[in-house]
Design a protein. Structure first.
Length: 281
């Protein structure tokens, strides 16, 4: 059973309260976007979104729908705060990451609003730990404006196909080149490392390809250092949607099924590498 809500110490009501039978469902998703210390959290009636950015070039979003929680209540239209993600993960795994079989850590999360800490109540085996994490003023975040009407090319792959690709390609390369085309090679990943160029092609009728919607040929390069953080989400996922818009911005949306069979999503947005000229493609 999830922990019951502790009454606010002051008369101030909670603007956000949520409970989970298994805190690991939350910590595994947050770990998938943990490539910077700080994150911005957005809570609405639909659920929780946790956003992490680096160098105004890459943005990751973890979406935890309200249905994932045993209880999820937001008293305002939206609740936003910035938090130290490293500290939050340390608190969520305070009982350790390898619980005994059959034991889970129950979580109760409460937030009173601007200027207040995020409060975590964690219970495992009858032991309750209370954590208070200071919140901060949220930063203004990048808007990649990646709406479906602006998508030029989109494919959906089984994640094992992309995991194999990252294992085979030369990661000494500074960039990953992605070609998406309605004609051959359809979907190609290329690297240019110490051992020379390497290419990996996926035909549109590949067993790994679940959907293929390419309207025009696009070839873009992305810094591998920016894409590497997304491999955490790739490792957890079962499917990945790869989309590009007319400017070459990349969206990687990972579908993640937790141990209870519930579906969550982690999405990475990445800018193309502007140092590459057309003549080099």
């Amino acid at each position: 059973m999830p922990l019951s809500a502790p009454p606010p110490a002051s008369g101030q009501p909670y603007v956000l309260s949520a409970s989970l039978d298994n805190a690991r469902h939350l910590s595994s998703l947050l770990r998938a976007v943990h490539f910077q210390d700080h994150a911005t959290c957005f809570a609405t009636a639909n659920g929780l979104r946790v956003t992490v950015e680096d160098a105004k070039c890459i943005q990751a979003n973890a979406f935890i729908q309200a249905e994932i929680f045993q209880e999820f209540a937001v008293q305002e239209e939206s609740v936003t705060f910035r938090i130290n993600l490293s500290v939050l993960l340390d608190c969520l795994t305070i009982f350790g990451t390898g619980s005994l079989p059959g034991t889970t850590t129950a979580l109760r999360m409460c937030y009173r609003g601007y200027g207040y800490p995020l409060m975590l109540f964690l219970e495992e085996g009858g032991v309750v730990t209370v954590c208070k994490i200071n919140t901060q003023e949220p930063d203004e975040l990048l808007d990649f404006d990646f709406c479906s009407t602006k998508v030029v090319n989109k494919i959906i792959l089984q994640s094992e196909g992309l995991r194999e690709a990252f294992a085979e390609l030369d990661m000494t390369s500074e960039v990953l080149q992605i070609t998406m085309s309605p004609d051959k090679p359809y979907f190609r990943l290329s690297t240019f490392g110490n051992a020379g160029s390497a290419h990996l092609d996926y035909p549109r009728d590949s067993d790994l390809m679940e959907a293929f919607h390419c309207n025009q040929t696009q070839t873009n390069r992305y810094k591998i250092s920016l894409l590497k953080p997304s491999t955490k989400a790739l490792a957890l996922s079962c499917k990945v949607s790869i989309r590009t818009d007319a400017q070459g911005f990349l969206s990687l949306q990972y579908m993640i099924r937790n141990e209870d069979g519930q579906i969550c999503f982690v999405e990475y947005y990445c800018c193309p590498d502007e140092d590459i000229t057309e003549g080099e493609l």
